[in-house]
Structures are given as structure tokens and as C-alpha cells.
Design a protein around this ligand. Structure first.
Ligand code: ARG
Length: 472
């Protein structure tokens, strides 16, 4: 309950219904660091005395070093921190909230959380990318069937397949970086909604908290949650990519495919069928994606009807957001571990890649390269495929004479095409030929070096107790 306006405390059920403490307790550290920066700035511009500021900063520092239990009858983490500070340093604690509102405070805390979560997420994405590169490096010549419509289509090398996921993650990393740039704006100083009558030095607070800039419009600063929606949108695509990869692990670990054996530590047994080994972790990576999507849709619905500026509805932003961040973090770490520990059954892949009909496109290309219009070549090879199927033979087993019975244009190089030759023929930028894939691997490693530098830089700007209390 705030101040003398009320003669009664908030109804108990109403408090239980409205409190955000069970969720925003996670912002404790950010709340305290933001408060230290705010107090130091008030001292600097002469709104607080140096003595009072030292008491506040010492008390807040103590709270961080010896945190109170983060529960109790509080509306939110901000009220808890202020009350706890009061029990430790007495009345002077009441000066901390000068020139500040919980509205600009919660927006600041959440943006600090977002910056840290984005850095963490980017590191986790890079771990997964690194593992993909390491596995890919060992399999630049391992062929397997590439699929369209889940039907065997043309052979590819395993490294190429894995690098497809690397590319998705590269775009995910780009989106997370973009989010960080727009989240990197300090709301503090916006007050409740209209700014502050005190001569605040907002740039100084931004400097202490490592924000790149200060918000330009106070109404927007307290009511904007785009930065969360954007982060969630980026997490949605990332989760979708993780889910697709997980789905392939499920599919590839079936007896029907048997391209991969997941490490036992990421599989579970059946309660009734003793022979079973189920890819539950991969399945749940797929399954939990729905909750990540739900977080985004939920937030957008919460936001769509809100009038300016702050409305209490906004506190519903955090619960699903935090959950989505955690789900994707866990998903990244688990997928990294599963891919790193899986056994790749290359003999099964090669066998499948040498499917009796898989060289069909290449036979058609063989004719087209020798002047036959491709559509006609397609027709001719279609007839050969029919003959092969009728006699249960592989296209690779057709002799030159047999091929020439379908078209006199065939030459010796059309005979006995193997999957590795077919893959090697796609020697074009972006293609699956081992030499191309080697180039792609080197380029990927270079892009990761640049990304790592960028993320490490962003990480270094995140405030810590040392950085917010450092002498100027
Ligand atoms: N728990 C609130 C939130 O997350 C904190 C801000 C409360 N502001 C207020 N005027 N009641 O949005």
C-alpha cells in the first residue's frame, strides 16, 4: 500500500491476483543495479546529498550481496526492494524513488533483462553452430539422400545438410542482434509517463547501465513493449528451426531410417516395451515450440487494445516471455548436446543414397548436356526408370548398350553413376559438392568469428555491481 491515500490495505485475493512478484523476482538484480545508477545520478545533479546517496548505494550493494527472500506481500519486485532497503538502512531509503516511477523502472529492468537474455541466447546459438560445424567437418564426403516431399530426390553430403541448419541459425543470430540494437534504449527518466521536473542526467544513467541511448518520448518509453515482442518473434523462428532439426533426429533415429543413433543420455525407455529407446528430448523440443509461439501471440493480444500510456495489463508481458527465453535456451543447449554426442550411421546413409533410381536427374542432365532438350531427356529417362523398376534393377547397372537402346546420345560416363559422383557434380556456389561444402565451412567459421566479437562487445556493456559503482 502506497502512502496516506488509503484507509485500507489491498484485499488479499486482489493482491494475490495482481502481484507480479512470483514472476518479476527474476528482475531483482537488474532492479538493484538500476537503482544504484539512479541514485548516483541524483547525487551528481544535486537532487540528493552525497551522504544520502552513499547510504543508498551501500544499502543496495548489501541487498545484492546478501539478498532477502524474494517473496512476501508485495505488489512487485520494485516494492520489495524498496521495503527491504528500508529495513536495512532506515528512512533514507525513502529518497531512492525521487524522480522515478515504477513505470520507467520496470521498463528499464526488463530491457536490462532482455539485453542479457539476448547475449546469452546468441552465445547459445553460436555453441550450436559450432557443433554443427564440427560434425560437418567430419562428413564432407558422407553421402545420404536429399529429400523433397520426404521422397529420395538427389544425393547430398551430410555436411551440406547440417550446414543448412547452420544457415538458419545464422539468420536467427542476425535477428537477435537486431533486437539487441533496438532494446538498447534507456527508459529511466520517463517518470510515470510525462518525464520528470528534476534536472536529471539521463545520459549518465545510460552510461552507468551500458545503454547505447536514452528514450526520446516518455509516453512511448513507459508503454512500449515492442522490444519484447521482437525478441519473442526472433525466438519463435529460432524455436521453429530447433524443432525442425529435432524432428529430423526423431525421424532419422527410427529403424526405417537409422541414419543416427542418439546418445542414451538423451533417450528414455518405455514402461511396457523393454526394447524401446525413445527420443523424448527431441520430441519435446518439437512439442514445447507451441508454448514459445503462444508467448508471442499472447503478448500481441495483450498489447493490441491498450490506450496510452502505461496500463497494468503490461505486467502480463513477463511470465510467458521468461518462459519462452528459458525454453529456447534449454532447447539450444540440448540440441547442441544431442548433435555433439550422436552416432552418425554413415553406412546406412550411403546405402540409401545409392538408391537404385537416385541418379535419374543426372542421366537426364547427361542427355541435355549433349544437346537433347531437357524435357525430352526427362521423358527418355522416365522410360528407363520404368524399365529399371519393372526388372528391379538399379540405373547404375544399365550397360551403355542398354542405355543407348533408349537414346543413342548416351556416352560411357552415364554408366554406373554412384551417389558420390552425383553429389560431386553439383560443384556450384551453394551446391552439395564436397569442394563447395569445404568453402562453405570456411566461410561459416569466419562469420562466426565476427559474430562472436560483436556479442562479446555487447556482453561487456551489461552492467555489473562493479561497473555501476565504479568511480567516474
Ligand atoms: N508489476 C508492474 C509491471 O510489471 C510494475 C509497474 C507497476 N506500475 C504501476 N503503476 N502499478 O508492469
Amino acid at each position: 500500500m502506497w502512502g496516506g491515500r488509503f484507509s485500507k490495505a489491498l484485499n488479499e485475493r486482489a493482491l494475490r491476483y495482481t502481484t507480479s512478484l512470483p514472476v518479476d523476482r527474476r528482475l531483482f538484480e537488474w532492479d538493484v543495479l538500476g537503482s544504484i545508477a539512479h541514485a548516483r545520478m541524483l547525487d551528481r545533479v544535486g537532487v540528493l546529498s552525497h551522504v544520502d546517496t552513499c547510504a543508498l548505494v551501500d544499502g543496495l550493494t548489501q541487498l545484492l550481496q546478501d539478498p532477502p527472500p524474494l517473496d512476501g506481500p508485495y505488489e512487485d519486485i520494485h516494492s520489495l526492494v524498496e521495503a527491504e532497503l528500508g529495513t536495512r538502512i532506515g528512512l533514507v531509503a525513502g529518497r531512492l524513488h525521487t524522480a522515478r516511477s515504477r513505470n520507467d523502472q520496470v521498463a528499464t529492468d526488463t530491457r536490462l533483462f532482455t539485453r542479457a537474455a539476448l547475449v546469452q541466447g546468441l552465445w547459445a546459438v553460436m555453441e550450436l553452430q559450432q557443433t554443427l560445424l564440427e560434425v560437418a567437418q567430419q562428413h564432407t564426403e558422407t553421402v545420404l539422400p536429399g529429400y523433397t516431399h520426404l521422397q529420395r530426390a538427389q544425393p547430398v553430403v551430410l555436411a551440406h545438410h547440417l550446414l543448412a541448419y547452420w544457415e538458419m541459425l545464422d539468420r536467427d543470430a542476425g535477428r537477435l542482434r537486431d533486437c539487441l540494437v533496438r532494446a538498447d534504449v534507456l527508459p529511466l527518466g520517463a517518470g510515470a509517463l510525462a518525464g520528470s521536473p528534476y534536472p536529471l542526467d539521463r545520459e549518465y544513467v545510460a552510461h552507468l547501465l551500458g545503454f547505447a541511448e536514452v528514450s526520446r518520448n516518455s509516453l512511448d518509453a513507459v508503454s512500449d513493449r515492442d522490444f519484447i515482442a521482437e525478441h519473442l518473434a526472433a525466438l519463435n523462428l529460432l524455436a521453429m528451426h530447433l524443432s525442425r532439426c529435432a524432428e529430423e533426429l526423431v525421424l532419422w533415429s527410427t529403424a526405417e531410417f537409422a541414419f543416427v543413433a542418439l546418445d542414451e543420455s538423451y533417450t528414455t525407455g518405455s514402461s511396457i516395451m523393454p526394447q524401446k529407446r525413445n527420443p523424448d528430448v527431441a520430441e519435446l523440443l518439437r512439442g514445447k515450440t507451441g508454448r514459445v509461439y503462444g508467448a508471442l501471440v499472447g503478448l500481441l493480444v495483450t498489447l493490441k487494445g491498450l490506450p496510452m500510456s502505461y496500463n497494468r495489463d503490461l505486467q502480463e508481458d513477463k511470465g510467458p516471455y521468461f518462459e519462452a527465453v528459458d525454453l529456447v535456451d534449454d532447447g539450444l543447449a540440448l540440441l547442441t548436446a544431442m548433435l555433439g554426442s550422436a552416432a552418425w550411421r554413415t553406412e546406412r546413409m550411403e546405402q540409401a543414397a545409392n538408391d537404385p533410381l537416385i541418379a535419374a536427374t543426372d542421366l537426364a542432365d547427361h542427355l541435355a548436356q549433349r544437346g537433347v532438350p531437357f524435357r525430352q531427356a526427362h521423358e527418355i529417362v522416365g522410360r528407363i526408370v520404368r524399365a529399371a523398376e519393372a526388372s528391379s534393377r538399379s540405373l547404375a547397372d544399365f550397360s551403355l548398350d542398354e542405355l543407348r537402346a533408349f537414346s543413342p546420345v548416351f556416352e560411357a560416363s552415364a554408366v554406373g553413376l554412384r551417389a558420390d559422383q552425383v553429389a560431386a557434380a553439383r560443384n556450384i556456389v551453394g551446391g552439395t559438392a564436397p569442394s563447395q561444402v569445404e568453402t562453405q565451412l570456411r566461410a561459416a567459421a569466419e562469420r562466426m568469428t565476427a559474430l562472436r566479437t560483436w556479442v562479446d562487445n555487447a556482453a561487456a556493456k551489461l552492467p555489473t555491481l562493479e561497473s555501476v559503482t565504479a568511480t567516474d
